[in-house]
Ligand binder design. Structure first.
Ligand SMILES: Nc1ncnc2c1ncn2[C@@H]1O[C@H](COP(=O)(O)OP(=O)(O)OP(=O)(O)O)[C@@H](O)[C@H]1O
Ligand SMILES: CC(C)(CO)[C@@H](O)C(=O)[O-]
Ligand code: BAL
Length: 295
């Protein structure tokens, strides 16, 4: 018997660069009333991003589309930060998107996103924008919220998927979607880690030699803190601080215990332990959920 002719299945996500191309790619999905799920990224994709795309696919209804945006947003980088050296690995990123079944990759230029240069109207992140990350990167969340609002406007997704690794960003995007009635459901995805605990991050590729080992202090501090959760906030912070203090090469920006919404921690119940530190020239962040025991 002659075997049936099998046409190769085109699995490549459609790559679009402009608003028009994006609208064109999504037109059939919108016409059919399909769901659109957006995964915003800055590229240099790793297994953490792959898990976001998997979550996006799981959130999808038949007839919908997963859009991954790849855009290194200049507006969220402060003067002297790593905008110029931020890793750009577009071909490898496409492979990740293809392997995880993304339908569309939206990779606009800066001119496409900001046609008139820096926008006059930007988003004010409110009080949570100037604590923790915002205390160290004062203009960062204005840039993040502005570009995410623009991406929501361009892609018009039903769901946006963001990682818990950037926990303050996730909280602020949830607040923005709710406070501005954007009609986008914000899904938070669990942090993916290396086997030794290091949270995956595009910036990990800056870590070389000893710095890679030193960077383990962040996740180790979070684990040590979490082990003390039954004993209350002070015990959690003391255990985490002890791990960080044992590694003087780690320059800590903050170690903080907060409520899940980043306000003051409750005496007991769900909380969040967050850390940010510099290892050599690389700045890393990490966090973990905590359930504080009643004292
Ligand atoms: N380890 C991870 N697990 C799950 N999600 C992640 C992880 N790392 C990043 N993400 C999420 O991927 C999305 C895109 O993040 P981004 O492209 O900035 O990658 P990144 O690894 O966080 O890079 P950077 O090193 O610049 O912080 C964000 O929602 C972010 O929270
Ligand atoms: C959400 C985001 C894509 C906005 O540029 C960025 O801050 C990131 O990659 O986490
Ligand atoms: N993942 C957050 C992007 C940034 O640090 O600019």
């Amino acid at each position: 018997m002659t075997p049936p002719v099998v046409e190769p299945v085109e699995t490549t996500p459609r790559v679009v660069r402009t608003r028009e191309e994006l609208d064109d790619a999504l037109a059939p999905v919108r016409a059919a009333g399909g769901h659109v799920v957006l995964v915003p990224t800055m590229g240099a994709l790793h297994d953490g991003h792959a898990s976001l795309v998997r979550d996006a696919r799981a959130a999808l209804r038949p007839g919908g589309a997963v859009v991954v945006s790849i855009f290194v947003n200049p507006l969220q980088f402060g003067a002297g930060e790593d905008l110029d050296r931020y890793p750009r690995t577009f071909e490898a990123d496409l492979e990740v998107c293809r392997a995880e079944g993304a339908d569309v990759v939206f990779a606009p230029t800066a001119e496409e996103v900001y046609p008139g240069g820096e926008p006059e109207v930007t988003l004010d992140p409110g009080p949570l924008g100037s604590v923790l990350e915002g205390a160290v990167r004062p203009t960062h969340f204005r840039g993040v919220l502005t570009v995410v609002a623009k991406l929501f406007g361009l892609v018009r997704p039903d769901v946006g998927v963001f990682g818990e690794k950037d926990y303050q960003q996730l909280v602020l995007i949830r607040r923005m979607a709710a406070d501005l009635c954007l009609g986008v459901q914000v899904h938070g995805a669990t942090t993916v880690r290396e086997a030794d605990g290091l949270a995956l991050s595009s910036r990990n590729r800056y870590l070389s030699g000893d710095d890679r080992q030193t960077a383990l202090a962040l996740s180790a501090a979070l684990r040590a803190g979490a082990q003390q959760e039954a004993h209350g906030a002070e015990a959690v912070l003391a255990a985490a601080r002890a791990v960080l203090e044992a590694r003087p090469e780690v320059a800590v920006d903050y170690l903080a215990l907060t409520a899940p919404d980043l306000h003051a921690p409750p005496p007991s119940g769900p909380a969040r332990l967050l850390v940010a530190a510099r290892v050599g020239t690389t700045r890393l962040i990490d966090n973990t959920p905590i359930v504080l025991g009643a004292r």
